[in-house]
Write a protein that binds this ligand. Structure first.
Ligand SMILES: [Zn+2]
Length: 723
């Protein structure tokens, strides 16, 4: 997710990237704030994290916004007739000071979040929303953009310039540029209120993640946990002033291994309840009332903008184009996935019965008994794999992959040369085969207090070339539990896939080869952006990566072929669970945003909708509504969580392009992938890019094969067809 999307809402994401020029006079007006000065140092300048402080954020954002608005006014008031150059290119050139401050602000928000940062967020989020509206509601500016857009095919613009004109024009229209003054005013009030609610929502989830934990006092309560999980829990305890005990933090990376291995059923239930009730505990951090208000405001806004629902508004410029097509895909996968869950539960129940457990499988048992089924059926024990999955080796494996498939070479940067915002962060420079600089990659792997959970990529600086060659800076962030000093960090197979996934986003950013920053790298449609990242996950299980990089942390020996075979055999194992866990969240998201303006009680809506869908009682949504940050801490993935499935239809189909040819390392397919997908950013319609890569549209068949579900007859929904 890009920071700009996070902060401003996707509707105007591109417009923020594109405002105002840095005037020397303006910069000089606030000389004391280091966030305002252009980045200096090597690699075309790097963020001055060594000088950044929370107290610079607010004045920095204010100065950046003021300068951007002044520049917008200059562009809008230009007496010359509107041209691409004096309007859209001028907007692309501008807003650089604000871009820089927002980059640092986003990093503080997501990875260094404390009370001081939260106070800035609460104050600045509505102001940033108002700022966005001020730009999209600038009538003189919109007239110029519209003029450039309307003459785009006859004024000698390149295809990329025409695409930018289309994007800016539609973004402005979708953000209300054509409304009358009163409606614009109403819209702006809604946007500011929403921005405040999004901030509060995210802060509430973070508070429950930070403040709740399971403290384990005795070794007996660790029963079943492998050594690495115990060591991680001891480490967390120590970092929270509980040395000698063990702490299961209320984050996914701590909770999931516990639920997978702990023999103590009552503790599993406790941890499970703690995790699935984030944001749903009553009191100051409860998100239910916030959700109700967000949904109502979104419905109101959609009406104001002339759309049937928020979902219709959100999907208009996506690859799916409308909610019906997204629903069609989700429903096609839902039924076979639920059927598979019932089979999985039956297998688990049989094991529990055989062991004489005397239980019925509950949601806090799923991961635990699934692990037993895996052992029984595939002779595969996750704890056998983990010793081979050393974080740093896998990182080297990703670099190898990047070199082979993308021609990108990674080289560590001398820490003295590039400042970082936390000692855990490391930086690599990335070069092409000729040794030319491509960009920088920042890596922030470990969980800590104040860092939001999950894993993500962002671009500190997008690639661009229209006005001088600017190299991109991207980062990958995750929440691995840091081991004891000097000990290798061992991760699960799932986490290894996530590592490759986020690296896919990074490669998407690094491969960018476009002219205009608003079209660069990962700034593509939401339901397309997960395709490059999901595709990357597939290289993890290739023999070339496993033989070289999956080395046992004690013996240094590569993972044995027999174990690799077992991993491959178990490839489709638990797909019922994975799919239903995800898809239930995606369906709730879409249905919440198709429900219109009726007041919604989130708990009731969730309960009744899941019942109507036939949600298996043994599974809970991957993100229950009160903690669904994707959907409620910003507009970004609202009515958009389906995107992962949409993208996966492309992913599965694209992977078959490799397997049908020479395999994962096939140079010809790799070149097509770079040329038509990874390097083009948003310079063309993603459906066209995909077709150029694959020679045809993607259907649903490869997706179903990938997940081990029955492939429907040929007439089934051609999921990812765009036109
Ligand atoms: Zn992703």
């Amino acid at each position: 997710m890009s920071l700009k999307t996070l902060i401003t809402g996707a509707a105007v994401a591109a417009s923020l990237a594109t405002v105002a020029t840095v005037g020397a006079a303006d910069t000089a007006a606030v000389p004391a704030n280091p966030l305002l000065v252009p980045w200096s140092g090597p690699y075309g300048g790097v963020p001055a994290f060594d000088k950044a402080k929370v107290e610079y954020l607010k004045p920095g954002l204010e100065a950046g916004m003021a300068e951007a608005l002044a520049e917008i006014d200059r562009i809008a008031a230009n007496p010359e007739a509107p041209t691409f150059e004096n309007t859209l290119a001028a907007m692309e050139r501008g807003g650089r000071m604000l871009d820089r401050v927002i980059t640092v602000y986003g990093i503080y928000s997501s990875t260094l979040n404390d009370e001081a940062v939260q106070a800035v967020e609460r104050e600045m989020a509505p102001k940033l929303a108002a700022f966005s509206d001020q730009i999209t509601q600038n009538e003189a500016l919109f007239k110029r953009i519209a003029a450039v857009y309307e003459t785009r095919e006859t004024s000698g613009l390149t295809p990329e310039q025409q695409r930018l004109a289309w994007l800016q024009y539609t973004n402005f229209v979708r953000a209300g540029a054509r409304l009358d003054a009163q409606a614009k005013q109403q819209l702006s009030v809604i946007n500011q209120r929403l921005a405040g609610l999004y901030t509060k929502f995210g802060q509430n989830v973070l508070a429950d993640e930070n403040d709740q934990q399971l403290v384990i006092e005795t070794e007996a309560d660790l029963a079943g946990l492998p050594g690495t999980v115990r060591a991680g829990a001891a480490q967390v305890a120590e970092s929270r002033g509980q040395k000698g005990r063990w702490v299961i933090a209320n984050t996914r990376s701590s909770v999931e291994p516990f639920l997978t291995y702990s023999d103590r059923r009552e503790l599993r239930e406790k941890v499970w309840r703690m995790f699935v009730n984030r944001g749903d505990n009553g009191g100051a951090t409860d998100n239910n009332a916030i959700i109700t208000e967000i949904l109502q405001l979104r419905a109101e806004r959609a009406k104001l903008l002339g759309y049937e629902t928020h979902a219709h508004w959100r999907l208009e410029n996506s690859m799916a184009k409308n909610p019906a097509r997204a629903m069609e895909l989700m429903e096609a996968v839902w039924t076979p996935a639920v059927a598979r869950v019932h089979e999985e539960v039956a297998d688990m129940q049989a094991i529990a019965d055989k062991e004489g457990a005397g239980i019925r499988i509950e949601p806090w048992d799923y991961r635990y008994y699934a692990e037993k089924v895996r052992k029984a059926r595939y002779d595969l024990d996750e704890t056998e794999i983990t010793p081979y999955l050393q974080l740093e080796n896998l990182r080297e494996g990703m670099f190898y992959m990047a070199q082979q498939v993308f021609g990108l070479h990674f080289k560590p940067v001398d820490p003295a040369k590039v400042p970082v915002y936390h000692p855990d962060v490391r930086v690599w420079e990335v070069n092409d085969p000729k040794g030319n600089l491509v960009g920088l990659w920042y890596f922030d792997p470990y969980a800590r207090k104040g860092k939001r959970s999950g894993a993500w990529m962002n671009a500190y600086r997008p690639q661009e070339r229209f006005d001088g060659d600017v190299k991109t800076i991207v980062s990958n962030n995750s929440n691995f539990v840091k081991g004891s000093p000097g000990e290798p960090v061992l991760i699960s197979w799932k986490d290894a896939e996530t590592l490759f996934h986020e690296f896919g986003h990074a490669l998407h950013g690094l491969s960018s080869n476009v002219n205009y920053p608003s079209l660069a790298g990962t700034r593509v449609a939401r339901d397309y952006v997960e395709f490059p990242s999901q595709l990357l996950e597939h290289w993890l299980s290739t023999p070339e990566i496993l033989d070289r990089y999956a080395l046992h942390y004690q013996t240094g020996k590569p993972i044995p072929q027999s174990l690799v075979d077992k991993i491959r055999n178990a490839d489709r194992f638990n797909q019922g669970f994975d799919t239903v866990e995800y898809l239930s969240s995606a369906l709730i998201d879409m249905k919440l945003h198709l429900a219109g303006a009726q007041p919604i009680d989130p708990d009731k809506f969730e309960r009744e909708t899941l019942a109507a869908l036939g949600m298996p009682s043994e599974i809970v949504m991957r993100h229950r509504t009160p903690q669904f940050n994707h959907v409620f801490s910003g507009d970004g993935y609202s009515a958009g969580y389906y995107s992962y499935l949409w993208s996966d239809t492309l992913t599965a189909d694209a992977w078959e392009a490799f397997t049908e040819a020479g395999g994962p390392w096939d140079k010809t397919v790799a070149k097509r992938l770079r040329d038509h997908v990874f390097s083009v950013g948003n310079t063309l319609d993603p459906a066209d890019g995909y077709r150029a890569f694959r020679g045809r549209d993607a259907g649903i068949a490869a997706l179903m094969r990938k997940r081990g579900f029955p492939v429907p007859p040929a007439a089934a929904p051609a999921a990812a067809k765009s036109k």
